[in-house]
Design a protein around this ligand. Structure first.
Ligand code: NAP
Length: 312
């Protein structure tokens, strides 16, 4: 039989925003229910070294940090459910959320902290070789490219961090970027430029990922220099796509106001959405800062906003 769970607040998502919302709402006696989703712990679980989360002088690991946040949320009373919300009804109150496993969650308020997921190049050849040499997670798959040649696509922090991480395994790492300067932080750029295993290919976009069918594996890339308008073939074994993220808001379409890029719109100085009682925090609503620490801060804000809403 399907189970129904009721609470003052249901939190969707288990990244830094979701767990922080759990900590604050639990401490406010709101008996939060947190649904952890398809990637418990969120994007930080596919990061290695974290050097900029305040409170730690030494480098900490992303998965470890999220485990600590989870334990803290649980220890103060957040009930964490291993489920994924597949449908919501925000048209009537209390709000109803349906889980993939058949459970139904009823909340007087809801905090959406579903984060964002990796963006792909949308090439047919990329789709074909996903899992066969094409990946969006160097920390997950880098190990398989020991002494091989790989390419990272992108020019942001993620691309540079992935490229640096891959130098620990691969013998050569190309970083292919569509412009002639990187978007990544200067400190990361400095490390990248200094690394002898890295070769940067500027002003270039991927045309095709090449590979064999039997056994299915990547063998190279066809790229185009957009300034010189010239194609180039590169032989390599793996391609890591690191071109940013899209907000995870599919289930909220037609339920809540989203902007043109699919991010949840919140009021300018708080976490209220266009529906009273529904709040949003973290990368699902933030396309500017997108840091674990800003997501955690917004999780706290959403919890305080939800507490005030219920007190009314
Ligand atoms: P990002 O900053 O949005 O960078 C995406 C990169 O991919 C950009 O260089 C962009 O090129 C390129 N790109 C986008 N679409 C493309 C396409 N279709 N084809 C080719 N290239 C494409 O994304 P991110 O690096 O994933 O970072 C996301 C956020 O997380 C940022 O705020 C970042 O600071 C943060 N982050 C922080 C850390 C850290 O602090 N340690 C680590 C990882 C991420 P253009 O530059 O030309 O636009």
């Amino acid at each position: 039989m399907n189970k129904t769970y009721k609470s003052d607040v249901v939190i969707i998502g288990s990244g830094a925003a979701g767990y922080t919302a759990g900590i604050y709402t639990a401490r406010a006696n709101m008996n939060p229910i947190l649904i952890d989703g398809q990637q418990p712990g969120g994007q930080m679980t596919i990061t290695t070294d974290v050097e900029n989360y305040p409170g730690f002088k030494d480098i900490v690991q992303g998965p470890w940090l999220m485990e600590q946040m989870k334990k803290q949320a649980e220890s103060v009373g957040t009930k964490i459910f291993n489920d994924t919300i597949v449908e919501v009804n925000f048209k009537k109150k209390p709000f109803q959320l349906n889980g993939d496993n058949g459970s139904v969650y009823i909340g007087k308020s809801v905090i959406i902290a579903t984060g964002a997921t990796a963006r792909w190049l949308n090439l047919d050849s990329e789709e074909k070789f996903k899992g066969f040499g094409v990946s969006a997670c160097a920390t997950c798959d880098g190990f398989f490219f020991k002494n091989k040649t790989v390419a990272v696509i992108g020019g942001g922090n993620t691309a540079v961090e992935e490229a640096l991480f891959l130098t620990k395994h691969a013998k050569k790492v190309f970083l292919i970027h569509r412009r002639n300067e990187l978007r990544a932080e200067k400190i990361l750029q400095k490390r990248l430029f200094k690394n002898p295993k890295v070769e940067i290919i500027w002003n270039s976009v991927v045309q095709e990922i090449k590979g064999n069918d039997n056994p299915k594996k990547v063998t190279g890339l066809k790229i185009k220099n957009i300034i010189k308008k010239k194609d180039q073939d590169i032989k390599l074994d793996g391609v890591f796509v690191a071109i940013g993220y899209d907000p995870s808001t599919n289930i909220f379409k037609n339920q809540i106001k989203l902007d043109g890029d699919g991010y949840i719109i919140t009021k300018s100085n708080n976490t209220h959405t266009d529906i009273s009682g529904i709040f949003a925090a973290g990368d699902v609503t933030d396309k500017i800062y997108r840091q674990a620490v800003t997501a955690a801060g917004m999780g706290c804000m959403a919890a305080l906003d939800a507490e005030k809403f219920l007190a009314k």
